[in-house]
Write a protein that binds this ligand. Structure first.
Ligand code: HPA
Length: 277
């Protein structure tokens, strides 16, 4: 845990550093999940800041996650893109995992698009599907808001009943229909990892109402909601979850699938961000 004063000071130093370099005022934050980083290359007039340059920014360690903050315009909108995220399983504290979201909040960003790679639990899904996150179940064993509440940043007991904004989801579903993508939504179970789940855990997750499982996103979405941001989440089903598919789960398969659907993902997101107001 970290004191309120210290976290605020760190956020302000990071903000001052990033603000100095900016040429646009970003309106929308985008967090790119494993293997989905290619979108960052389409940002126009990009200002690229490696994470290690930003004061107090953690540095990501996992293969397939390069760490850069990119600002510029995407489909005509000023954005801040995070290519590479911090996972709880890497050993970061929750306030580190969610630091980039606090930075976005401090910079006045009001909307967040989060993306991730996930295992499919719902049998209607197939690897390669893009699924809109409808809601989540936090099974990470922690909550990023634990500890003294930063009342300047949000309420002690934030409401999470529309954590993945309904209006934005409706727009995204309509777009999926227009693009001949299956307009599917699902509940994302966030687990700590890093081991994949056991088949018994997947049966349990299905029973409690999960359609997708992954090791990220939940902390960032909780903090974004705490900070009053609207959120939209997209999961790329990279594999069917443990016990469903015959082959073993591997990070290589996760990356392979995200690369296979990369183009679709990019054109979906490019169109989508024009709709998120
Ligand atoms: N489980 C957890 N996280 C994941 C998976 C999975 O099957 N696939 C991609 N991320």
């Amino acid at each position: 845990m970290i004191s309120e004063e210290l976290l605020n000071a760190k956020i302000n130093e990071a903000k001052a550093y990033v603000t100095k370099k900016l040429q646009v005022t970003p309106e929308l934050g985008i967090i790119l999940g494993s293997g989905l980083g290619n979108l960052a290359e389409l940002v126009q007039d990009p200002i690229v800041i490696p994470y290690q340059e930003i004061p107090h920014f953690p540095v990501s360690t996992v293969q397939g996650h390069s760490g850069k903050l990119i600002t510029g315009t995407l489909s005509g909108r000023p954005v801040m893109v995070l290519q590479g995220r911090f996972h709880y399983y890497e050993g970061y504290e929750m306030h580190e995992v969610t630091f980039p979201v606090r930075l976005m909040q401090a910079m006045g960003i009001k909307g967040l698009l989060v993306t991730n790679a996930a295992g499919g639990i719902n049998m209607e899904y197939e690897p390669g599907d893009l699924i809109l996150i409808q809601d989540h179940i936090n099974l990470m064993g922690s909550n990023p808001l634990r500890g003294a509440n930063l009342s300047s940043l949000g309420p002690r007991f934030p409401d999470l009943s529309d954590s993945y904004n309904t209006g934005w989801r409706q727009k995204a579903l309509a777009l999926m229909g227009d693009m001949d993508l299956k307009p599917l939504q699902g509940v994302y179970a966030g687990v700590s990892g890093p081991s994949y789940e056991t088949p018994a855990e997947i049966r349990y997750l299905r029973t409690i109402g999960a359609d997708l499982v992954g090791m990220s996103t939940v902390p960032e979405v909780i903090v974004a909601n705490h900070g009053g941001m609207k959120v939209l989440g997209i999961s790329c089903v990279t594999n069917m979850a443990a016990g469903i598919q015959a082959r073993k789960l591997s990070h290589a398969e996760v990356i392979e699938t995200t690369q296979r659907v990369g183009e679709t993902f990019v054109s979906f997101v490019q169109k989508l961000i024009q709709l998120l107001d």
